[in-house]
Design a protein around this ligand. Structure first.
Ligand SMILES: Cc1cc2nc3c(=O)[nH]c(=O)nc-3n(C[C@H](O)[C@H](O)[C@H](O)COP(=O)(O)O)c2cc1C
Length: 201
């Protein structure tokens, strides 16, 4: 089959895109509202794009009614956030934190998690998460005004926290210990525990 995006249904385009660009890592993001409420939500439109400085991008899309999600609103008012890795032991909580709550309700308590103060940004990080990256917003690029339009949040990582027991003998993140999960199309997720190695040419 082929899908010409011009004139196609937006939801169909979305479903094709997330089915074809997969697996996608998940940024599990804390932000702080102007009233001081800690917001938590997962985003699989996410990746890293360079290391000097370390740059990450994720996209809180517009809701289907065209409104902006709390994460985006919080980033527009306070340009700071923390990204946590989505690991298998927390996968159900990652999913549960995607519930749409009112802006003055926190997903952190809803899913039974707690926070620790960050070192360089105001939004706190999740105590229970083995990986957390404190970030500041470099730029926010809106890509449209309709339903599911992207908003590219370009962030610079300021501080990386990794639990020591997630490191290998050389002190690097060990995927066999981290056991990250990722998103595919439909309702599918995958584990990153089926590993193989290849030497770079
Ligand atoms: C695993 C997972 C990945 C998601 N990825 C995205 C994404 O990349 N962009 C997006 O806008 N919403 C995504 N969502 C939905 C948001 O998490 C959801 O809309 C959430 O309520 C937004 O929270 P907020 O309004 O507090 O910012 C995802 C949900 C799940 C469960």
């Amino acid at each position: 089959m082929q899908l010409d995006v011009e004139g196609a249904n937006v939801v169909e385009v979305y479903q094709m895109l997330v089915g074809l660009v997969a697996p996608r890592p998940i940024a599990w993001v804390t932000t702080l509202s102007p009233k001081g409420v800690v917001n938590l939500a997962p985003f699989s439109f996410f990746n890293a794009f360079g290391a000097n400085p370390p740059i990450v991008v994720f996209s809180p899309t517009l809701r289907r009614d065209g409104t902006r999600k709390d994460t985006l609103l919080n980033l527009e008012s306070l340009g700071e956030f923390v990204i946590h890795a989505a690991v298998e032991s927390l996968a159900e909580k990652v999913n549960a934190s995607s519930r749409e709550l009112l802006p003055d309700e926190s997903e952190v308590e809803l899913v039974g998690l707690s926070t620790l103060a960050s070192t360089k940004v105001k939004p706190p990080r999740l105590r229970e998460a083995p990986v957390a990256m404190e970030c500041k917003v470099r730029q926010i690029l809106p890509m449209g005004t309709g339903p599911i339009a992207a908003n590219l949040v370009i962030g610079e990582v300021l501080v990386m926290h990794v639990d020591d027991d997630m490191l290998d003998a050389r002190g690097k993140p060990d995927p066999r210990k981290l056991k990250m999960v990722a998103r595919l199309g439909g309702e599918y997720w995958c584990r990153s525990t089926d590993l193989f190695e290849q030497k770079r040419p």
